[in-house]
Design a protein around this ligand. Structure first.
Ligand SMILES: Cc1cc2nc3c(=O)[nH]c(=O)nc-3n(C[C@H](O)[C@H](O)[C@H](O)COP(=O)(O)OP(=O)(O)OC[C@H]3O[C@@H](n4cnc5c(N)ncnc54)[C@H](O)[C@@H]3O)c2cc1C
Length: 426
């Protein structure tokens, strides 16, 4: 095992930290206040101008599209502003993702935020030249944004084979029908394209065709959001937070027609694509969560030293030192687990890291929730207010016990692989 970053990655990590410390953090507080004001008086979905300014600065510093994977980045890293002109391994990108995770704006302004990175990776790996020119290039340039529409309100979507929406080829068109929700990104005014996942035929026809197994029944297709028949029905709050300007939406698709050339890879290939898309994405999510937990622990320590009750700093009251120590231990354990998963992904691809990626997807949000909860507690009432970024951080970590699959599904993967070592069948 080798978790040491390359010299280039170490340099990019340092520069990312400096960019966040010197440029992003000084404006973040004002940004959040302005956003709150815009919620009261205007349109919070209209991104504040500071975002474009920060994007320009990140790009000028070469801290742009750093998520681009080494094996698939190709010419794009050089063309779209990644310093050094090539992609990074998962081990190399991990500390950079961690550095961005403690900041509200950094992933967005460095073009490294979900779900765009996952969607860009799909286009890189499976897109045709036409699809890349039309959608990947403006996404890499940060000119447009995207959504990934898989989850449906009417079926238990943690079992993706339940999906009922359809994407059926008729002649030279694909006809798309269904209702999706928790489609992250659709609130943004620049969100132009959805990666839509649906059954390749009607459920009745598929049931009548035993030749097509449950994992080859779904197709991924690119659906422009301005297509007739696409309607954003509502934007969903996550525990009261709308996550502007990205947002999460419920979207209906009614007889939407797109060219057959919008299919990714081929009819029935959606599961194979999803497998490739989610591995690196989960590493990114988990490393950002570790950055979030670090941010919470730092604030807990500062608060614990600065504020006094019963004649002592809060840190010295009733078990808080032990809680600080436990938080440090938990973060270090989680980081090593994620680096291990990243390394296994780098050396052997997604199938080599199935258990490890599911392990981190369970362990890291839980760890982050514990650490952030402690930080909220030591901040007293303030910890639950918007004066500190802790309540938002907790909500973010809580959502990641569901987004990209609930804990129980990932525990199921870990248990299946573990029991498989001893001969158990699925
Ligand atoms: C903030 C946020 C952002 C999201 N972004 C996106 C997005 O961009 N695109 C997208 O398509 N989806 C997105 N999702 C949706 C997310 O991926 C789903 O909510 C998740 O996959 C679970 O599906 P479900 O909600 O239908 O829950 P269900 O499938 O109804 O499951 C409910 C519960 O049942 C239990 N359960 C399920 N399976 C098992 C099992 N095998 N063993 C034991 N218990 C089980 C679990 O407790 C689970 O939480 C997002 C969700 C959130 C909260």
């Amino acid at each position: 095992m080798d978790f040491a970053p390359s010299p280039r990655a170490a340099d990019l990590t340092e520069r990312t930290r400096a960019f966040i410390r010197d440029v992003v953090e000084p404006v973040e507080g004002e940004y959040l206040r302005d956003l709150a004001e815009q919620r009261r008086t205007g349109d919070p979905w209209r991104p504040l101008p500071v975002i474009e300014e920060l994007k320009a600065e990140a790009r000028a510093r070469g801290l742009w599209n750093l998520w681009l994977p080494k094996e698939h980045a190709g010419e794009y890293a050089a063309r779209f502003g990644t310093d050094g002109g090539e992609g990074l391994t998962n081990v190399d990108y991990a500390p950079i993702a961690e550095a961005t995770g403690g900041s509200h704006l950094a992933p967005l302004v460095m073009n490294c935020n979900a779900p765009d990175t996952g969607n860009m990776e799909v286009l890189l790996r499976y897109g045709t030249d036409e699809q890349k020119a039309q959608w990947l290039e403006p996404l890499l340039a940060g000119e447009i944004r995207s959504a990934f529409t898989m989850t449906e309100p009417d079926v238990a979507s943690s079992d993706a084979t339940n999906m009922a929406a359809t994407a059926v080829v008729h002649g030279d068109e694909v006809v798309v029908n269904g209702r999706k929700w928790w489609s992250t990104g659709v609130g943004h005014p620049d969100c132009r394209i959805a990666v839509f996942m649906g059954l390749r035929d009607t459920p009745e026809n598929l049931e009548a065709d035993p030749g097509i197994d449950r994992h080859h029944r779904h197709t991924m297709v690119l659906v422009p959001l301005d297509s007739p028949g696409v309607k954003i029905e509502r934007l969903l709050p996550t525990m009261g937070m709308y996550d502007e300007p990205i947002g999460h939406g419920e979207v209906s698709f009614t007889d939407v027609r797109v060219p057959v050339g919008n299919i990714l890879s081929g009819p029935g290939e959606a599961f194979a694509i999803a497998q490739g898309r989610l591995g690196p994405g989960r590493i990114h999510h988990c490393m950002r969560l570790i950055g979030l937990a670090e941010m919470a622990l730092e604030r807990a320590c500062r608060r614990g030293l600065d504020r006094v009750a019963f004649g002592k700093p809060l840190a010295n009251l009733g078990g808080n030192r032990e809680r600080i120590a436990d938080a440090r231990i938990a973060i270090e354990q989680a980081r090593l687990l994620v680096l291990h998963a990243a390394w296994k992904l780098d050396v052997g691809g997604p199938l080599n890291a199935l258990s490890e990626v599911s392990q981190i997807k369970v362990a890291v949000p839980r760890m982050a929730l514990e650490v952030i909860d402690f930080a909220m507690q030591i901040h007293g009432g303030g910890g639950l207010s918007d004066d500190h970024p802790l309540a938002g951080a907790w909500t973010n970590a809580r959502a990641l016990r569901l987004a990209d699959g609930p804990d129980e599904v990932h525990q199921g993967v870990v248990a299946r692989l573990e029991l498989g070592k001893y001969g158990a069948k699925r």
